[in-house]
Design a binder for this molecule. Structure first.
Ligand code: C2E
Ligand code: CA
Ligand code: CA
Length: 562
């Protein structure tokens, strides 16, 4: 059934049209008839039609000017204009202002009328589809960035006219990348769809839900009366997000970090809204995520680079912005987790969670690695002690050491102090040293390592195979094991060159009584290859990504089925 609306003041004409429709559409339609523009507008406000037939001459006139209103209230319906011969010029103009087609009275047969209607509907649907694609996110159906800016501009204009306020909520999912990396893009996509549905449930008809890209969403709330209203929407979003999501038989828990800014209260410049909301969102992230923050002045400062970095790192230490994530090391023989590598993270107040590659090289240069490295050692030892006390089966932590730390002179004394103050069994502390340590091999370095080893701490050579992979170091240094560099694992088992090198390193390592741990293992195939070739343990996304301590500990308890 096609739902039609006829707007025609001349009853005789209307009867002619009805007759033609009956003939051409074989009763496959319903028709409502209005004698005036205002009456017709009332009708379209009540319910949608699939096509509107509009006479160009109506008593309350201006059918021409009313076209935009019909489009606004009934965007799904194409408009067909009925005109006389003498009005063809105006009819063409009507098409230019949004009507789909025009028909000239007296020259129109039943079949041309009905064909015109069908054709107009089809073309209208296609145009709408194109607009949809240009304005909406394919995956979630939410508004895209382009439409968001359009809506924002309109909202700002309305807001200025009516003296109201609008709120912009910026939403970024916590740890989405890890889910995507571990479970795959399909899971990631379904998750994003669920998030979109949930966000939509939290907002009103007049509000706009947006997917800005990746796992970033935004919500534009209009006609805001109080901050409390906005806060309650934010709370609703957080609450709905926190409900578990089942994707491909995985039960996922996602949370989000929300940053909120209100126009014109926070800034009279609409251009700044998104960056304010963004800064507030980073603050929410810095608090551990799953929370919202309103923007306050001063949330934005300089970036990470330049001389400010040293100042920022210093502040990060005093403000406790550093934290450790832990990645399990999984033993092939026992199918147990045998240790956790501590990987440093920085909860930067405006930039969110920053990975070590973004600041460790600079920290090594400006010397901040010394106090930061000490903090890492203390924090990881404390965590291991906690796991030890909780009775976890393998409460070992592996800590990365920078070359600079070993040359600081008092490293053995520092480690002893840390072991004593944390009461950690030295067996439960592993240190990972990169080859660069060993290149600058001196008697002093060797002496330092021997002292540390004598305490019972285990030493590993990290990134083995990335650079020199010289077995000379293995002979002269008191190490317990090596970690095969990710770059060697990446193309396993298909790259025969890498496969041969890995095989050789494993057998040599074993012959020397060293434990061999592969890192960056991402697939079952890689894990199988390593196990078959006698590798002792593995680490990588295939087992688990680096995660906050309590989450990672789950892997220690539930022995992996891998
Ligand atoms: P790394 O010691 O080689 O650590 C392993 C890195 O590989 C980590 O990056 C980890 O997140 C990542 N990774 C783990 N599994 C996989 C996988 O399956 N595939 C891929 N593609 N990557 C995987 P992250 O955490 O960004 O750390 C980067 C580097 O920063 C570390 O490399 C380490 O050299 C350094 N670092 C981290 N924490 C500390 C620290 O506390 N002190 C010092 N001095 N350096 C640290
Ligand atoms: Ca490492
Ligand atoms: Ca490595």
């Amino acid at each position: 059934m096609i739902k039609l609306l006829l707007v025609e003041d001349d009853q005789k004409e209307a009867l002619v049209i009805k007759k033609m429709l009956k003939e051409g559409l074989q009763n496959q339609f319903t028709l409502e008839h209005s004698l005036s523009v205002s009456g017709a507008l009332d009708l379209v406000k009540k319910h949608p039609f699939q096509a509107i037939i509009l006479d160009l001459h109506l008593p309350d006139g201006k059918s021409f000017e009313s076209i935009p209103q019909f489009i606004q209230y009934c965007p799904g319906a194409p408009i067909l204009i009925l005109s006389g011969v003498e009005d063809e010029e105006r009819a063409i103009q009507a098409v230019k202002s949004g009507a789909q087609d025009y028909l000239i009275k007296g020259q129109t047969s039943s079949s041309t009328l009905c064909r015109a209607i069908r054709y107009a509907m089809e073309r209208h649907r296609a145009t709408q589809r194109i607009t949809q694609l240009a304005h909406y996110d394919h995956l979630t159906g939410l508004a895209n960035r382009g439409l968001f800016y359009e809506r924002l501009n309109c909202a700002v204009a309305r807001c200025n006219r009516n003296d109201t306020a609008i709120a912009l909520i910026f939403l970024d999912l916590d740890h989405f990348k890890e889910i995507n990396d571990t479970l795959g893009h399909d899971c990631g996509d379904s998750l994003l769809k669920t998030v979109a549905t949930r966000v939509k449930k939290c907002i009103r008809e007049i509000d706009t839900g947006v997917r800005l890209g990746g796992d970033e969403f935004a919500v534009l709330l209009e006609q805001i009366i109080s901050v409390e209203d906005v806060a309650s929407v934010a709370q609703r979003i957080l609450h709905l997000l926190a409900q578990p999501v089942i994707v491909n038989q995985h039960q996922l828990h996602v949370t989000g970090s929300l940053g909120i800014t209100i126009y014109p209260w926070d800034s009279a410049n609409p251009q700044e809204l998104l960056s304010h909301a963004d800064a507030a969102m980073y603050r929410a992230k810095a608090q551990g995520g799953n929370t919202y923050q309103f923007y306050t002045a001063g949330m934005k400062t300089a970036g990470l680079d330049g001389s400010t970095l040293e100042v920022e790192l210093r502040r990060a230490l005093t403000k406790q912005e550093f934290l450790l994530h832990y990645q399990p090391q999984f033993d092939f023989a026992t199918k147990q987790v045998i240790g956790m590598e501590a990987l440093l993270r920085w909860h930067h107040p405006y930039q969110g969670l920053v990975g070590p590659n973004h600041f460790i090289p600079q920290a090594e240069e400006n010397g901040m690695i010394i106090p930061i490295g000490e903090w890492v050692l203390r924090a990881a030892s404390k965590q291991a002690k906690y796991w030890e006390k909780q009775g976890f089966p393998a409460p070992r932590v592996a800590v990365n050491l920078s070359a600079r730390q070993i040359h600081q002179g008092n490293l053995p004394a520092l480690i002893l102090d840390i072991l004593q103050s944390s009461h950690l069994d030295p067996e439960n502390l592993k240190l990972e040293l990169t080859e660069t340590f060993l290149i600058h091999e001196t008697d002093e370095t060797l002496q330092t390592l021997r002292e540390i080893k004598a305490m019972g701490v285990h030493l590993y050579i990290d990134d083995f195979g990335a650079g020199y992979a010289s077995l000379r170091y293995l002979k002269s240094f008191p190490v317990d094991g090596i970690k095969l560099d990710q770059s060697l694992i990446h193309h396993l088992p298909h790259n025969s060159n890498d496969a041969a090198i890995v095989d050789a390193i494993i057998s040599l390592g074993k012959a020397m009584g060293l434990q061999v741990i592969a890192e960056g293992v991402e697939t079952q195939e890689q894990a199988d290859f390593l196990e078959e070739h006698g590798c002792d343990a593995m680490q990588g996304y295939w087992v688990a990504p680096p995660l906050p301590a309590n989450e990672s500990a789950q892997h220690m308890v539930h022995t992996c089925s891998r």
